[in-house]
Design a protein around this ligand. Structure first.
Ligand SMILES: [Zn+2]
Length: 254
């Protein structure tokens, strides 16, 4: 399985519009972060997790020409706002399969009513095939088992996913012990770490490191990073062995 980090930034992306923060002004390409998403490929299969406002640019940069589906973690705009740009895939392939919990589907229906309309559809509108996920039930995706992991984003229950030896958890603040159990034995973990200072709804760096200690994966990549975390090169120096800051367009094999 190949995982391509399409975006590794927090909700505003880095640089932040109008910001003079030194990280926003950095010339290191690893300090430029689009909104979070990963592209996963195995055999002939091609899936992304989340579809934020940078989706179009991410598909062009990664030269993704076929997409078999989108798995959503939650409804926040930095994870969903790019859904209109599935149109080129829909024109080539037909309805785009989307995988999400009921609450997320309902939110998408409100915000992108025209995508879900059944009558008088605009001919160029995107179309989706809905696959509703139950957070306690695993499902199959192109020959692999996908295990949803319940993650708390502050008070909001959201999903992470375990696919074989790989797990992707973003926007986490707390994870119950029984959900951590579901991650045991994974080789590669991707988990969010916003910055060093605490935040109401996101792991800060220390909370992410404590979480990694509980899961004990072979390697971990941190994502959903704010400019307040600091320069990529400096932060990476401080991290434990086998913990890495992800950066946009990093590609890993699992
Ligand atoms: Zn987010």
């Amino acid at each position: 399985m190949k995982v391509w980090f399409l975006g590794t930034g927090t909700s505003q992306g880095i640089p932040v519009i109008g910001s003079n923060h030194p990280v926003c002004l950095s010339s290191d390409p690893r300090d430029k972060r689009l909104r979070v998403s990963v592209w996963m490929q195995w055999d002939d299969a091609s899936y992304v997790i989340d579809c934020g406002p940078d989706f179009r640019q991410q598909m062009l940069t990664s030269k993704c020409v076929k997409l078999d589906g989108i798995l959503f973690t939650h409804e926040h705009s930095d994870h969903t706002a790019g859904i209109d740009d599935i149109r080129p895939f829909v024109f080539m392939q037909g309805d785009m399969p989307i995988y999400a919990e009921d609450r997320i589907i309902e939110s998408l229906k409100k915000r992108f009513e025209y995508i879900f309309e059944e009558e008088n559809r605009y001919p160029g509108a995107p179309s989706v095939a809905i696959h509703e996920i139950d957070h306690n039930t695993s499902f199959s995706l192109a020959g692999k088992r996908v295990l949803p992991i319940r993650v708390m984003h502050g008070n909001l229950p959201i999903l992470g996913y375990r696919i074989g030896d790989f797990a992707y958890l973003t926007d986490a603040k707390t994870v119950a012990p029984e959900e951590i159990e579901k991650l045991k034995g994974i080789k590669v973990l991707v988990v969010s770490a916003l910055r060093e200072a605490p935040h109401e709804t996101h792991f800060n760096l220390q909370e992410a490191l404590d979480f990694i200690d509980k899961v004990k994966p072979e390697r971990t990549y941190l994502t959903h990073i704010s400019s307040l975390m600091g320069f990529h090169a400096e932060v990476q120096e401080k991290l434990p062995e086998n913990v890495f800051l992800a950066y946009d367009n990093l590609q890993i094999d699992i």
